[in-house]
Design a protein around this ligand. Structure first.
Ligand code: ATP
Length: 240
């Protein structure tokens, strides 16, 4: 589905942030991308979505392919049309709009029936959003806003969903719930690239994981193997 090959990314023409990263998200799977702050995880997502340019970043080597199509230098709109949805770090919602208005901004269809179907699917996944559909998004709790951000991304019916630290700042019970929802979204056929600092949550729903350190993949393998790994547990348990 997504194939990143030997990717090198530079900011401001000087700061080398990704140093030859390769990563695959096979069809229908959840892949976890782990790493400490500043390792380059968000940069990798930007490289996939075409948003690097907006951050003065540039791909200087390597390629990104989506279902075999080269999207290395595609712009964000092309990537979205290719079926990629994303939830950026920090659960950005339109605070002044209602829940339902937020969802509408994520829909790409003008067909009423299709739109209804997408909204219903989101409300099925997040009953709390259905209950609060007319509430102003800015007044939702942090967990509800995260769900709204994910729901909005789903409105475009992506085939691949990129999630940047969806568990950040959430209480443990909510982290677990977000994990279950991601597994459910995947169960409905959407492939997921999950960037997380919460390694336990991410690896328990992913089939494979990659560990990024200062712009390089230092470990990758089946999620179960990484989850059992003492070094990884030791490093990440502090942040779970
Ligand atoms: P975090 O979890 O903190 O978001 P991350 O693994 O996602 O970390 P990135 O945000 O990709 O890491 O950042 C990787 C490195 O690139 C950091 O050293 C960061 O300071 C640098 N960086 C990020 N964005 C820019 C930018 N627009 N210009 C210059 N340097 C940047």
């Amino acid at each position: 589905m997504l194939s990143v090959n030997n990717l090198e990314v530079v900011y401001d023409d000087v700061v080398l942030v990704l140093r030859g990263v390769s990563l695959d998200v096979p069809h229908g799977t959840v892949v976890a991308l782990l790493g400490a702050n500043g390792a380059g995880k968000t940069t990798l997502l930007r490289a996939v979505t075409g948003l690097l340019v907006a951050h003065r970043g540039k791909i200087t080597k390597g390629s990104v392919r989506l279902d075999g199509t080269d999207i290395t230098r595609a712009d964000p709109a092309q990537v979205v049309r290719g079926g990629v949805g994303q939830v950026m770090e920090g659960r950005r919602v339109f605070a002044e709009m209602t829940v339902e208005e937020n969802l509408r901004t994520g829909a790409h269809t003008r067909r009423r029936a299709e739109y209804r179907e997408s909204v219903d699917r989101v409300f099925d996944l997040f009953p709390v959003l259905a209950e609060r559909r007319r509430a102003t998004a800015g007044y939702l709790s942090g967990g509800e806003q995260q769900m709204l951000a994910i729901g909005r991304a789903l409105m475009a019916r992506p085939r691949l969903l990129l999630l940047d630290e969806p568990s950040l700042g959430l209480a443990p019970r909510l982290v677990e719930q977000v994990g279950e929802i991601i597994a459910q979204i995947n169960g409905q056929g959407t492939s997921v690239l999950l960037v997380e600092q919460n390694a336990v949550m991410a690896l328990s729903i992913a089939s494979r994981g990659y560990v990024l350190e200062v712009g390089k993949v230092v470990r990758d393998g089946p999620a179960g193997e990484l989850l059992a790994d003492e070094d990884i547990r030791e490093f990440y348990l502090g942040s779970t």
